[in-house]
Design a protein around this ligand. Structure first.
Ligand code: PLP
Length: 400
C-alpha cells in the first residue's frame, strides 16, 4: 500500500484521486478543480502542455535515460548551455540531480569541499536562517529549521555545525563577526521562505549578506528550488544579488519529472579543477541528467522566455494585490504577497481546519499547512480562474 508524505496514516483523510489534468485543472472522478498549489509549486505551465508533452515524446523515441558516468548526450548538453546563458553572472557550471533535497546536499558538499581542497580545514560550519526549509534529507534537515524535524534532530543532540539566524541585518553582522573563520557558506531561500511559512523579507538583507560573504571569503548559496523561475516576481532572486552557488528544482522541468541542478560560479568550479583526483567533486546520482528530464526542462525554459512569463507573473501579482490587499479578519495575522505567491497567515491553525474540503466543493484544490493558507498558481492561469482561487480563500472567512 501507499505510505503518504507528512501524514499520520491512521487519521489522514482520503486523498482526491486524479484521473486527468489539463491546464490549471485537476480532474477527479466526480468533478474538477483548479490546482492552486501547482503540485508543490512546480507545474508552472499547467498540465498536459502540448510543447512539454512533445519534448518528452520525441526524446523517448531516442532513449529515456543513460548515465552521465562515462557517457553524455545532447539533451544534457543543450540544457546546460541554456542554463549558462539564462542564468545571471558566471553561474555556468551545472551539476544535475534528481531532487531539490539532493541538489541542496550537493551545494553544501561543494561549499565544504571547496575549502578542504584549499586546505582550509577549519571552515566546517554553515550559516542559515531560522524557519528555513531546504529539503528532507539529513543534512538539509539540519541546515533547515522546520519544526516538524526538530524531534529527529534532538535525537542527535545539538547541531554543532549549523548556526541559524533571523532575517535581520544586525543578527547577520553579528554571526559573521563571531563565526567567519569557521563558516564555509551561508545558505538561504532568497526573499521568500516557502515551507517555513511563506515568510517574505527584504533584498537589503541579501545585499548585506553578499558584502559580508565577499569580505570574509564565505560562499553564498541561494536555494531557489521554490523561488526560481519567477515565483517572487523576479526571474531568479539571483538576478538581483548574485550567489556563488544556485540551486534549482521544482519548476525546472515544468513539474513533469523530478530533476534539479546545482549551478556553481567560476570561482567554485576552479576550486575543484586541476590534476589532483582527490579534488574532484565526489557525487553522482544515478539519474542525474536524465534525458527526458533535460528535454522537458529545456522546452520549459524556452516557453518561459518565448511567451514572456514574467509579464504573466506580474499580472498574477497585480490581480492578487487588487483582490487581497487590505483583506482583514480578527483571525488573520497577516496577508502577504510576492510575485506568484499569496499567503494568509492566521493566529490559530484550527481556523483552517476543513478548508481543503470547503475549497474542493468550490472547485479549488488547496493544501494549507499549520497557520498558512496560500496559493502558488500555475502561471498560465486566467484572470477568471485566479479570481476563483482568491475568492474561495476570502469566502472561507465570510461563511465561518
Ligand atoms: C521543495 C524544496 C526543496 C526540496 O526539494 P525536493 O525536490 O522535494 O527534494 C529544497 N529547498 C526548497 C527551498 C524547497 O522548497
Amino acid at each position: 500500500m501507499i505510505w503518504y508524505p507528512y501524514e499520520q496514516m491512521k487519521t489522514m483523510k482520503t486523498p482526491y484521486k486524479i484521473i486527468d489534468a489539463q491546464g490549471v485543472w485537476l480532474e477527479t472522478e466526480d468533478g474538477k478543480m483548479i490546482d492552486s498549489v501547482s503540485s508543490w509549486w512546480s507545474v508552472i505551465h499547467g498540465y498536459k502542455h502540448p510543447v512539454l508533452n512533445e519534448a518528452i515524446k520525441s526524446q523517448v523515441e531516442n532513449f529515456a535515460h543513460v548515465m552521465l558516468g562515462g557517457l553524455t548526450h545532447e539533451p544534457v548538453r543543450k540544457l546546460s548551455e541554456k542554463l549558462q546563458s539564462f542564468l545571471p553572472g558566471d553561474l555556468d557550471y551545472c551539476f544535475f540531480s534528481d531532487s531539490g533535497s539532493v541538489a541542496v546536499e550537493v551545494g553544501l558538499k561543494m561549499a565544504l569541499q571547496y575549502f578542504v581542497n584549499r586546505g582550509e580545514l577549519e571552515r566546517t560550519k554553515v550559516l542559515s536562517l531560522t524557519h528555513a526549509y531546504h529539503g528532507d534529507t539529513f543534512k538539509t534537515m539540519e541546515v533547515g529549521d522546520d519544526e516538524d524535524y526538530h524531534f529527529i534532530l534532538e535525537a542527535y543532540g545539538e547541531k554543532k555545525d549549523v548556526i541559524h539566524i533571523p532575517t535581520e541585518i544586525p543578527a547577520l553582522e553579528e554571526a559573521f563577526e563571531k563565526y567567519h573563520r569557521e563558516l564555509n557558506c551561508f545558505i538561504v531561500e532568497p526573499l521568500l521562505q516557502g515551507a517555513g511559512g511563506m515568510r517574505m523579507y527584504d533584498i537589503a538583507f541579501l545585499q548585506r549578506a553578499r558584502e559580508l560573504c565577499d569580505q570574509y571569503g564565505v560562499l553564498l548559496i541561494f536555494d531557489e528550488v521554490a523561488t526560481g523561475f519567477g515565483r517572487t516576481g523576479n526571474r531568479f532572486v539571483a538576478d538581483l544579488v548574485l550567489p556563488d552557488i544556485l540551486v534549482l528544482g521544482k519548476a525546472l522541468t515544468g513539474g513533469y519529472i523530478g530533476h534539479a541542478v546545482t549551478v556553481a560560479n567560476h570561482k567554485v568550479y576552479e576550486g575543484f579543477y586541476g590534476d589532483d583526483p582527490n579534488k574532484a567533486l565526489m557525487h553522482g546520482p544515478t539519474f542525474m541528467g536524465n534525458a527526458l528530464a533535460c528535454s522537458v526542462a529545456l522546452a520549459s525554459i524556452e516557453l518561459f522566455e518565448k511567451e514572456d512569463y514574467m509579464s504573466k507573473i506580474h499580472r498574477i501579482e497585480e490581480i492578487t494585490r487588487r483582490e487581497m490587499e487590505g483583506f482583514a479578519d480578527p483571525r488573520i495575522k497577516e496577508v502577504r504577497m510576492m510575485g506568484g505567491c499569496v499567503c494568509v497567515e492566521v493566529y490559530d491553525s484550527d481556523t483552517l481546519k476543513g478548508y481543503q474540503q470547503f475549497a474542493y466543493e468550490r472547485g479549488v484544490f488547496s493544501r494549507p499547512f499549520l497557520k498558512y493558507l496560500y496559493a502558488m498558481v500555475p502561471y498560465i492561469i486566467s484572470e477568471e480562474e485566479l479570481m476563483k482561487v482568491l475568492r474561495t480563500m476570502k469566502e472561507w472567512f465570510f461563511v465561518n
